[in-house]
Design a protein around this ligand. Structure first.
Ligand SMILES: N[C@@H](CCC(=O)N[C@@H](CS)C(=O)NCC(=O)O)C(=O)O
Length: 271
């Protein structure tokens, strides 16, 4: 029975998992859970992801949530070709890189989505948050450039764990016109990684979701904004995302979201 990866094509966490499975030649289906973000998720998804988050993996009776734990399971279950380097020091380095991208870096792109797609701030506040995001993104890309060093790949001599852990987020920055500048080592690496079939596939799925008949996408976003206004759609303000918006000057976005009931935190898991 093929694997199921509960997915959202724009989710960087889900993109990591799909890239890993494709690199290992493991077939999978990637359904979009109904009403993701509405709080009313479907039972099959809920049982796989009690947090109500994508990705979640279903392998027969086994259900795994959290992209990093799913990647570790994939590497254990299908060891060839290995995505993690062999030596313990490099393996630890890959895991640190992934953790930084999943937390500190992702929060910036998430914050920009709150501004651009969900209209969470206007005027001076929007300008302040955008400026902070721009500065932080540049600093993190300088850090990434130092991590990459003279290597072609973050994983060393070949594409692997370090590269699939970074590419969804750097592509996310490019989506907000904050990507690495042409001619820089990080931009050259980004081009190289995006030419990889496993990455091209997830980029195409993301593009079709973002663009799918731009009128439809625009209408979809308009509908979501309406639901957000009425508190029927709730964006997840968890851990590093909440830290980002408060430290960057957007506390009022959080208080307004609490008033309107259109932000949500991690629920307790059903027994
Ligand atoms: N730590 C989790 C984070 C997953 C996550 O935040 N997924 C987002 C999509 S990018 C989600 O499903 N959010 C649910 C929502 O917005 O309601 C992981 O690594 O898988």
């Amino acid at each position: 029975m093929a694997l199921t990866v509960f997915d959202h094509p724009l989710s960087p966490y889900a993109q990591k998992v799909k890239i890993a499975l494709t690199e290992k030649g493991v077939p999978f289906s990637a359904p979009l859970p109904t009403a993701l973000g509405s709080g009313q998720v479907d039972a099959a998804f809920q049982s796989a992801s009690p947090r109500g988050e994508v990705p979640a993996l279903v392998d027969g009776d086994l259900r795994i949530f959290d992209s990093t734990i799913i990647l570790e399971y994939i590497e254990d279950r299908w060891p060839d070709p290995p995505l993690l380097p062999a030596d313990p020091a490099s393996r630890a380095h890959m895991r640190m890189l992934e953790d930084v991208m999943d937390t500190h870096y992702e929060a910036i792109n998430w914050g920009l989505a709150e501004l651009v797609h969900f209209g969470r701030a206007k005027g001076d506040l929007a300008a302040t948050l955008w400026q902070r995001a721009t500065e932080q993104t540049q600093r993190w890309q300088a850090w990434l450039t130092a991590q990459l060093g003279d290597s072609d790949w973050f994983t060393g001599d070949r594409f692997g764990w370090g590269d699939l852990a970074v590419i969804p987020y750097v592509n996310g920055s490019t989506g907000f016109e904050l990507g690495p500048k042409p001619g820089t080592p990080l931009h050259t690496w980004q081009q190289r990684a995006n030419a990889r079939p496993s990455v091209t596939t997830v980029n195409e799925a993301a593009a079709s979701m973002a663009m799918g008949g731009s009128e439809a996408a625009a209408a979809g976003m308009k509908a979501v904004r309406g639901m957000l206004e009425r508190g029927e759609f709730k964006r997840e303000y968890r851990d590093h995302r909440l830290e980002w918006i408060i430290k960057s000057g957007g506390l009022e976005v959080v208080t307004r979201g609490l008033e309107k009931g259109n932000i949500r935190f991690t629920p307790e898991f059903p027994a």
